[in-house]
Design a protein around this ligand. Structure first.
Ligand code: NAD
Length: 408
């Protein structure tokens, strides 16, 4: 999907073949073993990856995923998307991504610590606050980042908080980082409501995924006055046409670790949830949820892509024929996370920490700017919002490569 999207933009920008290859393929792709001792004393060897897509604009930046399906191709695609996302929002970063093929639900906290430390140790020669900055992704969290930062700092001989973002606040994490992606999604939906003439205070919202992005987006959208009528997680979905009581749902979730079983709603299957009539649909779980099979049947007015890659290229072609649906593409919609990660890195490098209000104000400033640029380009060049966002992202990387030139 990432390659296909890039090729399409490269055609549109009429990039010569050599330049396409220069920009498309990762600068560095590392595959390595991550051996650890399990709690039962046996040694187990996991596969680890890190892909640095390009280094033309600054250090590479991207999360580390712990998931059974992690493989080099997926990591490379995610690194590429990070490049366009960072470029689009004007951050001084190239994209990166990493991961370990493992199932974190089957590992103890001690085993996860050993994997995290070993992963960081294997990368010591390839990462630094100036070359490649780590962050959390699926299956990893602030504790993982604390372990990785500690391991890397041990090699430096001094604390190096700038090696990772998404750390606990007490270790140099930024205020607002945890909420940044979800709040960014809600902010952009509010902007899009203005663009499309939708009254957000009367809007209904359906959200797939009730994790970090989905649950925070739900709360933030409710603050704008929207009514959340359906949510789901990996175990199932909930629907209440009158609107879900989010405070009660949060309590239920805290007790049961799932939205399923919440009494004040009817159950709904995940595939049905995506097709509910609503004003705002937020896929905030997995990739490839909106496909050729369901894109023609969506009944939303704004599709806000909280997840990475939720819409397949085939589905995207269908959505382009449906101008009644306004798409906020993933590289713009969920960019709030990397923007506040950038703020965390800046705060770490300066040892000067900002208030949450300062973080959010700056975040909305950057997202608002990117949104306006993408809308303007989409309108002026008569291309879709996704194409406009991709063109915006790719162009800056092309320009950086051209200006820096090829050595020797
Ligand atoms: P998370 O693990 O906190 O939450 C994921 C949610 O999706 C969980 O509620 C899970 O139960 C649900 N889910 C899993 N499989 C599902 C299925 N088949 N049907 C419905 N729900 C399902 O992850 P997150 O951090 O919220 O990330 C969600 C998406 O957003 C991912 O695509 C991620 O790459 C993307 N993203 C996250 C951030 C961030 O800052 N967290 C930033 C940018 C993009």
């Amino acid at each position: 999907m990432a390659s296909q999207q890039f090729d399409e933009v490269a055609d549109y920008l009429q990039l010569p073949q050599a330049e396409r290859d220069w920009i498309k393929y990762p600068k560095r792709a590392l595959a390595f073993t991550v051996p650890i001792r399990r709690d039962n004393g046996e040694i187990e060897v996991f596969s680890g990856y890190r892909v640095q897509h390009h280094l033309a604009l600054g250090p590479a930046k991207g999360g580390v995923r712990f998931h059974p399906e992690v493989e080099l191709g997926e990591v490379a695609a995610l690194a590429m998307w990070m490049s366009w996302k960072c470029s689009l929002t004007g951050l001084p970063y190239g994209g990166a991504k990493g991961g370990v093929t493992c199932d974190p639900t089957q590992l103890s906290a001690r085993e996860l610590e050993r994997i995290s430390r070993r992963y960081a140790q294997e990368l010591v020669a390839f990462i630094s606050p100036e070359t490649d900055v780590l962050g959390p992704d699926m299956g990893t969290n602030d504790q993982t980042m604390a372990w990785m930062m500690d391991t890397y700092s041990g090699y430096c001989g001094h604390p190096a908080p700038g090696i990772a973002t998404g750390k606990p606040v007490s270790l140099g994490g930024s205020l607002g980082r945890r909420e940044s992606t979800g709040r960014g999604v809600a902010y952009l939906v509010n902007q899009a409501s203005g663009t499309t003439g939708l009254d957000i205070t009367r809007a209904t919202v359906v959200i797939q995924g009730f994790g970090n992005v989905g649950s925070v987006a739900a709360l933030a959208l409710a603050k704008y006055g929207a009514k959340i009528v359906a949510v789901s997680d990996v175990y199932g979905g909930l629907y209440n046409a009158q609107g879900l009581n989010l405070a009660a749902l949060e309590k239920h979730f805290a007790q049961h670790n799932t939205v399923v079983g919440f009494p004040e709603a009817e159950p709904i299957a995940n595939d049905q949830l995506l097709l509910l009539p609503c004003d705002i649909l937020v896929p905030a779980a997995l990739a490839r949820q909106i496909t050729a099979a369901n894109a023609g049947k969506l009944q939303c007015r704004i599709l806000a892509e909280g997840a990475n890659g939720p819409t397949t290229p085939e589905a995207d072609a269908i959505l382009r024929q449906r101008p009644e649906i306004f798409v906020i593409p993933d590289i713009l919609c969920n960019a709030g996370g990397v923007v506040v990660s950038y703020f965390e890195w800046v705060q770490n490098l300066q040892s000067l920490y900002w208030s949450e209000t300062e973080v959010m104000d700056r975040l909305f400033g950057i997202l608002g700017n990117a949104y306006t640029q993408v809308c303007d380009r989409s309108r002026q060049e008569k291309i879709s919002m996704r194409q406009a966002a991709m063109v915006q992202g790719v162009k800056r990387v092309v320009e950086a490569h051209r200006l820096r030139g090829l050595f020797p």
